[in-house]
Write a protein that binds this ligand. Structure first.
Ligand code: TA6
Length: 298
């Protein structure tokens, strides 16, 4: 299957479909400005490495790599719900698209030297057991000076449906205890570590313990200022009304068997999303696209 996909979508020196961890198919993108890995499982970006900056994404050394299990790190796609499913405690956290294999639709080179790879997945009989709606989800990953991500959902059914979505980006940092998050000052957030109580962010966000905050009504650019690595990791959003910031800290990390001891210090999630009060309603035949552009500033 990998060889056939490489024949169909490979671009010599730019795009190769290879066997990744766990024997899973992954797309390796190489451009003058950066490289990236995207697994077909969940269409999950697991690496983005701009030349001169080093790896931007965190990937757990203990991650599973198997269909049906989420990869711990990179950029999981959460859809059509976020966290637990409100009406079904047995449903997988963060929806069902991050644990299934997506299709590659196209791989193309841009005039600016970037490469775009398009993936898609559709609801089917399996997903219908969890979520009785029909949709086509497409994901465009553009690798170059920046990392462009566009998630678009088309309602292919006859009736409207509501969905949540998140690009659950795990940023790699030198030490999360020496990180500041800029861009959320003054924003209202729901603190999931405190019963989703509504609070207001004063100043830049500094982490001194577990954080699981959903910032509401903010389209603002979010910057993770990684003092230890001397770089800033930037996320600019379009059509995303919420931003989630998460780190489990030492206690929370102990409950994550697919996170090695101490790795919680090397990661912070900052997530372009539409969740909770920003759930998206999509009428029949409508399409909604959310995008995020990740870049590194010195
Ligand atoms: O994005 C933050 C969050 O919703 C946290 O509540 C925590 O559950 C995290 O996602 C990890 O979720 P996962 O299912 O990937 O372990």
């Amino acid at each position: 299957m990998v060889a056939e996909l490489n024949t169909r979508f490979g671009i010599p020196g730019r795009v190769a479909v290879v066997e990744g961890q766990g024997g899973l198919a992954k797309v390796v993108v190489t451009t003058e400005d950066s490289t990236a890995d995207v697994y077909l499982l969940g269409a999950q970006v697991t690496s983005w490495n701009p030349r001169g900056s080093g790896e931007v994404l965190f990937l757990s050394s203990q991650s599973h790599f198997a269909v049906g299990k989420a990869i711990r790190g990179g950029i999981p796609i959460c859809f059509p719900w976020f966290r637990g499913k409100s009406d079904d405690a047995t449903a997988p956290a963060h929806g069902f698209v991050r644990t299934r294999e997506w299709q590659i639709e196209a791989a193309t080179e841009g005039h600016d030297g970037s490469v775009t790879v398009e993936f898609s997945t559709r609801t089917d009989g399996v997903s219908a057991c969890l979520w009785p709606h029909d949709c086509h989800v497409r994901y465009r990953v553009t690798v170059g000076k920046t990392l462009g991500l566009e998630l678009s959902v088309t309602n292919t059914g006859e009736s409207p449906f509501d969905f949540e979505e998140a690009l659950h980006t795990y940023f790699r940092v030198a030490d999360v205890r020496d990180v500041r998050v800029r861009g959320l000052e003054g924003a209202t957030y729901l603190d999931n570590m405190d019963g989703n109580r509504e609070k207001v962010q004063t100043g830049e966000l500094v982490l001194t313990g577990p954080v699981d905050d959903a910032f509401m009504n903010t389209q603002a650019r979010v910057e993770v200022i990684d003092a230890g690595a001397g770089r800033t990791l930037r996320t600019e959003k379009v059509n995303s009304a919420t931003t989630v910031v998460w780190n489990p800290w030492q206690e929370g990390a102990k409950k994550l068997p697919d996170l090695a001891d101490g790795e919680w210090q090397q990661m912070i999630c900052a997530e372009a999303s539409n969740i909770m009060g920003a759930t998206v309603r999509l009428n029949a035949s409508e399409t909604h696209a959310m995008s995020a552009t990740i870049s590194v500033a010195p």
